[in-house]
Design a protein around this ligand. Structure first.
Ligand code: GCB
Length: 667
């Protein structure tokens, strides 16, 4: 009856493999609080942005700082430090290759004062807009908070850790290592180099793994009992004349004299002119609804003459006897979304998306928040006539979400799951957590019209079906008011995830990765691939990526790969396909890859990064930008009857012929 050793191994192997295949839809920890820090009558906000001290750990000894207690005193007492701006990625700040390509932990610290007044009768919170990928934070040498997941905020109460009317120290350790269970996934390996061995971080995704304290660090105060969360949902009457704003408020902290059942809130809505248009007093459940008559709905850019209309919702939290506890204000756009198996509607009107895939990327700053860059990008989006973008391939800054609300730019909001494969339990839990954190952060933004649960997941693999069923259903359970998509690149025949989505997005690079240079092999292929997706799932379809790398200033006629002429031609061949598809009704949008050139890992297919930008990395237009602009405004005019800018066409000649386009009246 004896098993041979080899059959025992085989049994163990099969058992291990089978166990790895079983993934369960487990409960995961959910976020709390995280309202964007705003000043009010009851709250103060200050930022800790500026120049911090910085140390790169030894790659072969990433936990040295923890063991040696670098957080217990000034970093400079343990190691020589260099100045490092916050917010910014650290990678491109120095001239050192070792820092650019560093794998593992780095350390930051700085000093700051906390006013004496903050020590009385209030609470103090520390909030990070994002640290990529994992953060460990100490205040005055004591552990304050840990957080895993780039591009998403986290916060903690630090009331008990601070010294009031005195100097304090904050220390942050940041780890950029990506492994098979992080979101996104990566691999760490050791490789021989000329001096011994070195640690290599590899990843399949096509953008540089920038790291550091990427967004602002805030300290803010709240009263002891305060508004911790606000969730709003908006609706419109059938003819869009009456708006409703459903609210639900969560309060944190209940002092003895503020028994929970005596709390109530007064909510007021103000229009853009500051005139009050609705108000209500809640009961102690802090859940209810406001009604806005003669409402101005939130419309996307170019879908209406007054896009991005925002009201201000003012929430005043009271304890018994009208004692004002807290005030928080929030911008609100009132709109509805609905979708069928062919159409996606906003305020009852079908949407045709004309947009971009983007990156948060710039020279020197990497993925660090930069208000000047953000403002320029929105100006370019409006100049080119786009009405949407996808936050490929991770959540973008909260400040940019506020800009999108204000400018009427629709957002497909993507979590940081990219090229997801080798589906496993830890990965699933983290993936769901990334969506939970994203939905929690962005649920009140009118600009967010769709959740993207992944980019180019390997949806042909074993387990993809169950895995994406869990991820999609979980996202739906968090927010049923927005449709769910994922940008898929496997052929529709192989895909196992699409049936769990509401809208199908697909990425394909005809004439680039497939049939390179063959401009005559674009149009029909795009039409048939989109049709294949629709046939398989009977859902609306959009093209979420297409494009061609283009070296600014390279001109080759006839069009040749990498030239400006080629990018222009590739776009034009796609436009033809999109126009044929638009007649099918279920085709709902086109997204160019990419808005601007961006940095990637070093490979021989990338010349200084990915050059598929319609704009250069310095945010100047390539030749194709002008063509795209003409198309996006032409679509706006046809689909949404928008006005077109006077400078859309350059005057050529007054030939008067019926086929000659010489100004925008010819559209
Ligand atoms: C894709 C990816 C995107 C890449 C792009 C490219 O399919 O989604 O992240 O940058 O292709 O240019 O290769």
């Amino acid at each position: 009856m004896a098993f041979s050793l080899s059959s025992l191994f085989l049994v163990c192997y099969i058992l291990k493999f089978t166990l790895a295949l079983i993934i369960l839809n487990k409960e995961i920890e959910t976020s709390r609080g995280m309202l964007y820090p705003r000043e009010s009558e009851t709250r103060e906000v200050r930022t800790l942005d500026g120049i911090w001290n910085f140390v790169r750990s030894d790659e072969t000894n990433p936990t040295q700082g923890i063991r040696d207690g670098w957080f217990k005193d000034d970093l400079s007492k343990s190691m020589p430090t260099i100045p490092m701006p916050v917010p910014a990625s650290y990678n491109d700040i120095t001239t050192e290759q070792a820092l650019r390509d560093h794998v593992g932990t780095v350390w930051y610290d700085r000093k700051f004062f906390v006013p004496r007044s903050w020590g009385q009768d209030q609470r103090v919170w520390l909030r990070f807009g994002s640290v990529h990928y994992e953060a460990f934070v100490w205040i005055n040498g004591r552990s304050a908070v840990k957080h895993e997941m780039g591009h998403l905020p986290f916060e903690t109460e630090v009331t008990h850790l601070l010294k009031y009317g005195a100097e304090n120290r904050i220390t942050v350790m940041c780890d950029n290592a990506l492994i098979q269970t992080t979101v996104p996934q990566g691999k760490i390996s050791e490789m021989a180099n000329d001096d011994g061995v070195t640690i290599i971080q590899s990843y399949t995704f096509d953008f540089f793994n920038y790291a550091g304290i990427h967004r602002s660090v805030h300290l803010y105060t709240t009263p002891k009992t305060f508004i911790e969360e606000v969730e709003i949902k908006t609706n419109l009457s059938e003819n869009n004349t009456v708006g409703t704003v459903d609210y639900s408020i969560t309060v944190n902290g209940t002092a003895a004299n503020e028994a929970e059942n005596t709390l109530f809130a007064r909510l007021q809505i103000y229009n853009r002119e500051g005139v009050q248009v609705a108000n209500v007093t809640s009961d102690s459940k802090l859940v209810g609804s406001l009604q806005v008559d003669n409402v101005k709905p939130w419309w996307p850019y170019l879908m209406h003459s007054d896009p991005g209309y925002l009201y201000e919702l003012e929430i005043r939290l009271y304890a018994a006897k009208e004692q004002l506890l807290d005030v928080y204000r929030l911008k609100v756009g009132i709109r509805t979304l609905s979708w069928t198996n062919t159409t996606f509607l906003i305020n009852g009107k079908p949407i045709y998306f004309r947009g971009f895939g983007r990156h948060e990327d710039a020279d020197v700053r990497g993925r660090g928040l930069d208000n000047a860059l953000m403002a320029r990008d929105f100006n370019l989006l409006k100049w080119i006539g786009a009405n949407a973008y996808r936050t490929s391939h991770y959540p973008y800054s909260e400040e940019s979400m506020q800009f999108a609300d204000q400018h009427g730019i629709m957002i497909i909001d993507e979590c940081p799951s990219v090229d997801t494969e080798n589906f496993n339990q830890v990965l699933l839990d983290r993936h769901k957590s990334s969506l939970e954190q994203l939905v929690h952060r962005d649920r009140n933004h009118p600009s967010v019209v769709m959740w993207s649960i992944a980019n180019e997941p390997r949806t042909g693999q074993v387990n993809a079906d169950t895995y994406f069923q869990f991820v999609a259903n979980y996202t739906r359970s968090l927010d049923s008011t927005r449709p769910i998509t994922a940008a898929i690149a496997v052929p529709s025949n192989d895909d196992k995830a699409g049936r769990h989505l509401d809208i199908i997005s697909f990425n394909r690079y005809n004439a680039w990765y497939s049939n390179t240079g063959r401009l005559d092999m674009v149009t029909q292929r795009v039409i048939s691939e989109a049709t294949g997706w629709n046939k398989k799932y009977d859902k609306p379809v959009l093209m979420s990526e297409y494009g061609a790398d283009t070296l600014e200033g390279l001109h080759l006629q006839p069009a040749f790969v990498w030239s400006e002429e080629f990018q222009t031609e590739v776009f034009s061949r796609h436009f033809k396909a999109f126009d044929a598809l638009r007649r099918q009704k279920w085709f709902i949008g086109e997204f160019v890859w990419n808005f601007a050139d961006f940095k990637t890992a070093q490979t021989y297919t990338r010349v200084g990064g990915n050059k598929k930008g319609v704009f250069t990395r310095a945010r100047q237009p390539k030749a194709a930008a002008h063509l795209l602009r003409q198309r996006y405004f032409a679509l706006g005019r046809e689909v949404d009857q928008c006005n077109v800018p006077n400078d859309l066409f350059t005057y050529i000649a007054d030939v008067g012929g019926s086929n000659v386009k010489h100004d925008s009246t010819d559209l």
